[in-house]
Design a protein around this ligand. Structure first.
Ligand SMILES: [Mn+2]
Length: 309
């Protein structure tokens, strides 16, 4: 069997600005907020309290908008949220090229996330997202491939990230992006991916990062459907407008969806395409047209707020 590694790359031609209606499939439209109540477990006198030693965890909101043509099946992104330790968040984006091989591209990322979920507290994983990826990949038996990002927060504030492909994560502190993952790809629109086939990447190809988080930091994780359609400065200003993480995730996903369907929006994706020398056909070029527009895709957004716990 040929191994599809292409991701369908359609610049939107639609002028429609209407919002998509969602189907409630297994993982779509999950507005999930994990809010932990502050625990008063300290027994020392207030004067002995050391605020730098307080433990932190995530308050998490999620939102998924499937590709307009894949709404009936819930799209090909999958994600997981766990409150284990300080919190675990992950996104897997199924590579759509598998549809050409009569393989449903959504099956592999969903099984991958389900397996990852089962290994979150595993002794061998020992809170290392790269090992979690290794174990989940080995346990996934479906045919297909996916880009995958996993982030695990320790209660001392260390966020451990492992990323294979072009899902992404931003850390926002006091109105600025202080950390950003970078996409890994073979060539434009062909990301690194974990596959059922030998030809794909492995956990060893993951880009691994550790970031020290502080109470009040905001994490935005998403599939490429978010970052191809929304600029970082838009993410920063939008997140600042919401106190509720579920509302922030929904607003970011809706912004990405609107941009994706806007053929006049000069998206991060179209900017990048032009920077790589990809152009519109000759007959459009002589009419003065340029490659522009959003990119239709499944859009997954996870917003995590670091809170003391
Ligand atoms: Mn995608």
């Amino acid at each position: 069997m040929a191994i599809p590694v292409f991701r369908a790359a359609a610049i939107s031609q639609s002028q429609s600005q209407s919002l998509i209606h969602f189907l409630s499939s297994t993982r779509s439209r999950v507005d999930e907020t994990i809010k932990r109540r502050k625990k008063m477990v300290l027994s020392c006198a207030p004067s002995e309290l050391n605020p730098t030693q307080s433990e932190v965890s995530f308050s998490v909101g999620t939102y998924l908008i499937p590709h307009p043509k894949k709404v009936d099946r819930g799209g090909e992104d999958a994600f997981l949220v766990s409150n284990y330790n300080g919190g675990v968040i992950a996104v897997a984006d199924g590579v759509s090229g598998w549809a050409e091989e009569d393989v449903d591209p959504s099956v592999f990322p969903r099984e991958f996330m389900a397996k990852a979920s089962s290994f979150v507290g595993d002794e061998e994983v020992n809170y290392d997202p790269q090992i979690l990826i290794r174990k989940a990949h080995a346990a996934t038996s479906s045919i297909g491939s996916a880009t995958v990002i996993v982030a695990m927060l320790e209660k001392n504030g260390t966020l451990k990230i492992a990323n294979v492909g072009d899902c992404g994560l931003r850390v926002i502190r006091e109105g600025r992006v202080i950390f950003s993952t970078s996409p890994q790809e073979h060539y434009f629109d062909c990301p690194f991916q974990l596959s059922s086939q030998m030809a794909g990447q492995t956990y060893l190809d993951a880009m691994v990062s550790n970031v020290e988080l502080m109470e009040g930091d905001t994490i935005v994780m998403g599939s490429d459907g978010l970052f191809d359609n929304v600029f970082d400065h838009e993410i920063v200003s939008l997140v600042a407008r919401y106190r509720d993480v579920a509302e922030a995730a929904k607003a970011l996903a809706n912004l990405a969806s609107n941009h994706a369907k806007d053929s006049n929006f000069d998206s991060p994706y179209s900017l990048e395409a032009r920077a790589r020398g990809i152009e519109v056909p000759f007959w459009k070029k002589i009419l003065g047209m340029k490659l522009i527009g959003g990119k239709l895709d499944d859009i997954t957004v996870i917003v995590g707020q670091v809170v003391s716990s």
